[in-house]
Design a protein around this ligand. Sequence first.
Ligand code: AMP
Ligand code: GLY
Length: 421
Amino acid sequence: MKVGIIGSGGREHAICQSLKNSNKTDKIFCFPGNAGTKEIAENINLDLENFESLKSFIFDKKIDLIVVGPEKPLVDGLVDYLENFKIKVFGPNKVASQLEGSKIFTKKLCEKFQIPTAKFGIFKDKDSAKEFLKKTNFPTVVKADNLASGKGVYICNDENEAIIAIDEIFGGKFGKASNLLIEEFLEGEEMSFFTIHDGNTFKSFETAQDHKRVLEGDRGKNTGGMGAYSPSRLINEELKNKIINKIIKPTLIGLGELGTKYKGFLYTGLMIVKNEPFLIEYNVRMGDPECQTILPKLKTNLSEILLACCEGRLDKLEINWLNKKSLCVVVCSKGYPEDFDKNIEIKNISKIILKEDDFLFHAGTINKNDKTYAVGGRVLNFVTLSENLRSARDNIMQNLEKLNWSGGFYRKDIGYKVIDK
Ligand code: AMP
Ligand code: GLY
């Protein structure tokens, strides 16, 4: 089977690696991929906004299955476009992708189906949003409605911080914004719950916990994710059933009423308050870096799973996992999530010798004349599987010392709530 993967991050390198391990995959194309995928697949540079040129390439190379990694092409309707040409695509369609593409779409669905979530208000202009702050309790949460690469959420401790957030969002920091949300701050512990869907049935696809803030101790600005571990310490059968029955099933019913089905990965971002789940956000894809911690634990052939989803026969398939814990530390370019320098060489990368349970997934890297350069904010993902998270993290720290890269930084405390008690 020939497979094409859309995307260039650590998530896509991890997907690429899992597919590569499968004896069903003969050839992989990555659009555009990174220096890591280049080792195991063919990287293709195409204008991904131009769906037609992608379609022509797929026909030309006779690609059997397309896997969409990031949210943007999903929200833009790539799946609908390719399926019109009878191309098999793993990912949700445009209507279903609004679960991530519009926070307000999801909040309205929550309201209609009594899905537990933070109380919220929707504001169309600065003045009404600022007026509302006068009767708000702090901390409060201000969110851009549209896609913002995980950065359009502000946890505001006082009115001044909230005013800055409102000005930045309506000032166009995340593209043209016509709405914002102000929502109740939920005090609890976060958890990411993943499911995989074929339009008719779904199965759970493990849990994880990521660290979104840039600084140790979960302080500083929000990022795409500085590290993650799997499984979440919070998961138990009772909680899993609540998440499925109170949140995921009503969401699928809501999509059904809009005349659509869900196919692809669904990432349910939750706040767990006293063993009760509250929906924080949906993402219509795997998490990054959660994916890098989860896929190395997968025992079942990934290409079989993805193909089964595209052919509506997920119910016939059993998904099996290694009984290990997994931790991922993300190495970022200095300056991220603000401005950072590009094209900085990562000199020691060839000195990293991976053991059996170690994985190194690239994100913002390119390869030029056999050298690896950082070109993105998040650059490398170090993952280790182990019986316990502490030894996984210790092992990663040893690898990171060998890397000794002056252009980057990383958090040393990933998993601290579970490990350093
Ligand atoms: P989101 O992009 O909606 O997942 O938000 C990014 C991060 O902001 C989440 O992972 C949470 O850490 C935090 N967050 C978002 N909404 C809330 C909320 N209502 N209460 C507390 N924290 C929140
Ligand atoms: N790790 C957060 C995300 O993928 O959105």
